[in-house]
Design a protein around this ligand. Structure first.
Ligand SMILES: C[S@@+](CC[C@H](N)C(=O)[O-])C[C@H]1O[C@@H](n2cnc3c(N)ncnc32)[C@H](O)[C@@H]1O
Length: 223
């Protein structure tokens, strides 16, 4: 995890973290909340169309995807078990400074963000409504789950920054962790990533991307 992270405002008024040394942001500068809603909520959670589901997030980061999913869970009366992987938890002063609660709005509260981010590793907690959450201090390369998830939010740093996250080996692990019919969504639309997913047995689709990105990827485990 870079040690030069600073909070920066994105185009829709929500915030992200920037590492000048790495030349990488946690979210799109065209709008952090706009991107997360488009990629993970609209093309992931809503596209699944289920009311009860197990979600895996690769990279909890600032907790933005977890907050957006929690808000949807409460508003739509869903039942969601949410497991997030994060080998490098952020210092409290950084995630507290994001202003995600105001940016997400709806039923979100500071208390919910704190419950998620302050939770002990590995402990399931009921955060609000039917949103049950845990995070694991594990790398995706160590995940050893079989047929456990309906939906995967694959939110790693870009392939140019962290190529070891986007390999066929990692996507084989994702395939194994997914149930038949499960989907994986990511903001990345690179051809090499799509091919690695295909090598892992996932059926991929290019979808229109969020502002500033032409495309994103959605992959399905067929059987
Ligand atoms: C783009 S950020 C995720 C942003 C996050 N989803 C959010 O809503 O704020 C990528 C995250 O992946 C985490 N990460 C780095 N290496 C990882 C690995 N091997 N396995 C899982 N997560 C990893 C980083 O620590 C970082 O928090």
């Amino acid at each position: 995890m870079p040690d030069d992270l600073v909070v920066v405002r994105t185009a829709d008024g929500s915030s992200t973290l920037d590492s000048p040394a790495l030349g990488e942001h946690f979210h799109s500068l065209f709008g952090a909340v706009t991107e997360s809603r488009h990629v993970y909520i609209r093309n992931g959670l809503h596209a699944m169309g289920k009311t009860k589901l197990d979600i895996l997030e690769v990279g909890l980061g600032t907790g933005l995807n977890a907050l957006l999913t929690c808000a949807e869970t409460i508003t739509r009366g869903l039942d969601v078990n949410y497991t997030a992987l994060e080998p490098f938890p952020l210092p409290k002063q950084l995630w507290q400074a994001m202003g995600h609660v105001q940016a997400v709005g709806g039923p979100m509260t500071t208390n919910i963000h704190e419950q998620i981010m302050d939770n002990a590793a590995g402990r399931w907690i009921q955060v609000g409504g039917g949103f049950i959450f845990r995070w694991l201090p594990a790398k995706v390369q160590q995940l050893d789950a079989t047929g456990a998830f309906d939906l995967v939010y694959f939110d790693a740093f870009a392939p140019g920054i962290q190529p070891g996250m986007w390999t066929a080996e990692v996507f084989r692990r994702m395939h194994r962790a997914m149930r038949p019919g499960a989907i994986l969504v990511t903001y990345c639309a690179k051809g090499a990533v799509r091919r690695a997913m295909g090598q892992a047995g996932l059926a991929t689709d290019r979808l229109p991307g969020p502002p500033g990105k032409r495309e994103m990827l959605r992959a399905m485990r067929m059987q």
